[in-house]
Design a protein around this ligand. Structure first.
Ligand code: MRU
Length: 358
């Protein structure tokens, strides 16, 4: 039977001018692929979390801006570039926290600027090449993160994860799940605890689903149970993804990650942030400067429930992400190795290594 991991999270259907995604709001009940053609459809799919997870959002935006550029009819670079910038700013406004979105769009913009002397048709072809490369790079990066992450754990270990930093949040392997999938292929038999992740249940609907369908030993827990499983000694490491890592190592990830990290500190469980360098933003000095997305109240009071679960009109606070302070983080696992405290230095070294290898 086809597993959810046999589907592509994000794909380009160039012949039909569409970005094809799995509508993740319907999972796990229904696997439906949807085609996004207009800027509005792409914006809405990102905002409504039909496609979500920092790397997957970046790839969607790259394919999206390519398709929008492909439709521009002018032969004049200045006219083309002005319209490109307009569409880029629009897609970039769909979600504020995951830096991969603006990172991918900036990469696409660079292609336009570096080739401004070439005919528009050639620029369009180069934009397609870059978007495809962003996706392929994501697969290589996640695999490398998996290898480094696997070096931090032993066969049979208990691993806790929060939200979905799995294949559904990227293109293959995921980030936080990459060590788990690679370990599974090599007979490590991890025991994984997946936090359900209120309010949008990415842990229950997506992580538990993709791990379970891949034959991984996964146990779903409510967010308020992580202390219990750690106190019981069932967790040897926490692996989570991230949406933006600041230069000092402070990390924004799904709301609740900081609580998991604080509890893990209490029980001496190391917390590893799995971070493609695309998610590390050296231009943001600390977590205090990271914009945290605020989402609508109905996600807390009634979404996924048959009836509202709170009194109508009650005040709701619904930040989508929180910041985990760097001193709660045992390591930041990138595709160039594991960064450790002091992160201001080690993250810089990671980027130096990246520059040397390119
Ligand atoms: O709101 P979401 O579902 O997009 O949040 C996703 C997360 O917080 C992930 O942990 C993060 O984007 C990393 S995905 C590899």
């Amino acid at each position: 039977m086809k597993s959810i991991r046999d589907y592509e999270t994000v794909a380009l259907d160039d012949a039909n001018d569409a970005v094809v995604i799995i509508d993740q709001t319907l999972l796990p009940g229904k696997t439906e692929l949807i085609s996004l053609k207009t800027g509005e459809e792409i914006w809405n799919a990102i905002y409504l979390l039909k496609v979500r997870g920092a790397p997957a959002i970046g790839v969607t935006a790259a394919f999206g801006i390519y398709l929008l550029a492909k439709r521009m009819e002018t032969k004049d670079f200045d006219v083309f570039y002005r319209e490109f910038q307009k569409q880029k700013a629009y897609l970039d406004s769909s979600r504020p926290t995951a830096v991969n979105l603006s990172w991918a769009l900036r990469r696409m913009e660079r292609v336009c600027l570096e080739n401004r002397e070439k005919p528009i048709a050639e620029i369009k072809a180069l934009l397609k090449k870059e978007a495809v490369e962003i996706k392929e790079e994501d697969i290589r990066v996640c695999k490398a993160i998996g290898e480094y992450g696997l070096g931090l754990v032993k066969p049979g270990d208990g691993i806790l994860t929060h939200c979905n930093a799995g294949q559904l949040a990227a293109c293959k392997y995921g980030t936080a799940t990459a060590p788990i999938y690679l370990g599974e292929e090599r007979g490590y038999h991890f025991r994984v605890f997946a936090d359900e992740t209120r309010p949008l249940l990415q842990g229950a609907r997506l992580t538990a689903y993709e791990l379970f369908s891949s034959g991984v030993d996964v146990t779903l827990i409510c967010d308020n149970m992580s202390g219990t499983v750690m106190r019981n000694g069932w967790v040897n490491a926490v692996f989570v993804g991230c949406d933006r890592v600041a230069a000092n190592g402070d990390t924004a990830n799904k709301i609740g990650t900081s609580v998991v990290a604080a509890v893990a500190k209490r029980y001496n469980v190391p917390v590893y942030i799995c971070a493609p360098t695309a998610t590390i933003d050296l231009g943001t000095p600390t977590g205090a400067e990271i914009t945290i997305e605020q989402r609508p109240a109905h996600e807390v009071t009634q979404m996924w429930y048959r009836e509202p679960m709170a009194p109508e009109g009650v005040k709701v606070f619904n930040p989508a992400f929180d910041v985990t302070d760097h001193d709660l983080i045992a390591g930041i696992v990138t595709e160039y190795g594991v960064a450790r405290e002091p992160y201001t230095e080690s993250l810089r070294e990671i980027f130096n290594r990246k520059e040397k290898e390119h």
